[in-house]
Write a protein that binds this ligand. Structure first.
Ligand code: HEC
Length: 176
């Protein structure tokens, strides 16, 4: 994909954020973290004033103590499926023999970073939508705080560039 197309693809993906449950259809066209950079995105959106204002938002990472707590929650409960460093399973975007999807990476190589915290917490609380996949629900097993800490840890796996893009365009999504 050339640069211009990949920027369009990312913008399309960002505009359609919110319904990422359909992995099969979304994974083919969605960009990976390695394609457009935050700089190329910034260059692509100057005609949208809300997005432009967002570029000045100071990006904040969760504090180190929360990330350390989240790492412990993650290693104890999640690493068994999502891998010790959140790299998931090879071929995570193709259904396995059971028709269910394998655990995806939670680092910045898949699409965990396309979701705001509130949605990440929800998928962790509720597990696979409708109980149709293999992600178990954690509500009742992990506290709200532990789930928030796990999300903080997951975001710590993202590069600064991807984190900044997520923080400005997904977590604090500009109003259009
Ligand atoms: C038994 C294996 C398993 C365990 C344990 C597990 N997951 Fe998952 N997880 C999955 C699978 C499979 C999916 C894909 C869900 C689907 O296709 O319905 C998933 C999806 C997710 C997603 C959505 C990713 C995206 O790109 O939208 C997040 C976030 C997540 N898991 C976080 C966690 C956290 C945090 C824990 C630990 C508290 C955890 N998972 C434990 C198997 C697991």
């Amino acid at each position: 994909m050339n640069q211009r197309l990949s920027i369009l693809a990312l913008l399309t993906a960002l505009l359609s954020l919110g319904g990422c449950g359909d992995q099969a259809s979304s994974s083919a066209s969605q960009p990976t973290a390695s394609q457009p950079t935050a700089a190329t995105i910034t260059a692509a959106v100057p005609r949208q004033p809300a997005a432009l204002r967002q570029d000045t938002l100071t990006v904040r990472r969760p504090d180190a103590a929360q990330v350390a707590r989240g790492r412990r929650v993650y290693q104890a409960n999640c690493a068994v499926c999502h891998g010790p460093n959140g790299k998931g399973t090879a071929d995570w975007n193709k259904p396995g023999p059971s028709g269910k999807y394998p655990p995806p990476p939670l680092d910045d190589s898949a699409h965990a970073w396309h979701h705001p915290t509130v949605m990440l917490r929800q998928v962790i609380r509720q597990g696979s939508p409708g109980g149709q996949g293999d992600m178990p629900p954690w509500q009742g097993k992990l506290s709200r705080q532990e789930i928030s800490d796990a999300v903080a840890y997951i975001t710590s796996l993202w590069s600064d560039k991807v984190y900044a893009l997520w923080y400005r365009q997904v977590e604090h999504r500009p109003r259009r």
